[in-house]
Design a protein around this ligand. Structure first.
Ligand code: AMP
Length: 194
């Protein structure tokens, strides 16, 4: 099962992806997590990523794509993956199509979590207080939402045209949202792992 989770920052993609990893037995691939690992390791890429992330902007496409390609080549991603945080714009969506076409593994589904901006600002504030992620401070969250509206929201249209997109209400109890996502997945993919 090759799945993309779409949705604004703080819409619950990471939480739901972690759940789906257990349910489906495939890895959660988050470009944000890959970048945060570089920041933690203190690499040159990490230093650049820290600056960009704190500004609420996006990293250059070629850097993120290179990182993603390397991750998807790992053995555990062979049976499938849950992508979270990628693609972030139409260029990345096109690159992902090409990459998956090249390796003969097209996407099975794209699920978008719908959550209002106000709910997001509130959720990120809680995450900021609990986890201290610099880019969750309310001012940066507003910037990230603006970047999302301009660059990432059109990606939903890209997948809608391909007939891959399902939109799911991302507000509710964790289990409730998880059940909505499961219903949005192609039936045989879920049945074969349950
Ligand atoms: P996330 O954890 O997905 O919210 O990502 C945190 C930050 O990492 C974003 O605000 C961007 O600065 C950067 N980032 C993550 N994924 C991408 C991507 N696919 N393209 C560009 N920048 C990204």
């Amino acid at each position: 099962m090759r799945l993309v989770l779409l949705g604004p920052p703080g819409s619950g993609k990471g939480t739901q992806a972690t759940r789906l990893t257990t349910q489906l037995g495939i890895p959660h691939v988050s470009t944000g997590d890959l970048l945060r690992a570089q920041v933690k390791a203190g690499t040159e890429l990490g230093r650049k990523a820290k600056e960009v992330m704190e500004s609420g902007q996006l990293m250059p496409d070629d850097i993120v794509l290179g990182m993603l390609e390397e991750r998807l080549e790992q053995d555990d991603a062979r049976p499938g993956f849950i992508l979270d945080g990628f693609p972030r714009n139409l260029t990345q969506a096109g690159e992902l199509d090409q990459l998956l076409h090249r390796i003969g593994q097209p996407l099975d589904a794209v699920v978008k979590l719908d959550v209002s901006d106000e709910t997001i600002v509130g959720r990120c504030k809680v995450r900021y207080d609990e986890q201290g992620r610099d880019d969750d401070n309310p001012e940066t969250v507003r910037k990230r939402l603006a970047v999302y509206a301009e660059h990432t929201a059109p990606v939903a249209g890209h997948y809608r045209e391909k007939g891959l997109l399902t939109e799911v209400d991302g507000v509710g109890e964790l289990e409730e949202v998880a059940a909505r996502i499961t219903r949005a997945l192609p039936g045989d993919a879920v049945a074969s792992h349950s």
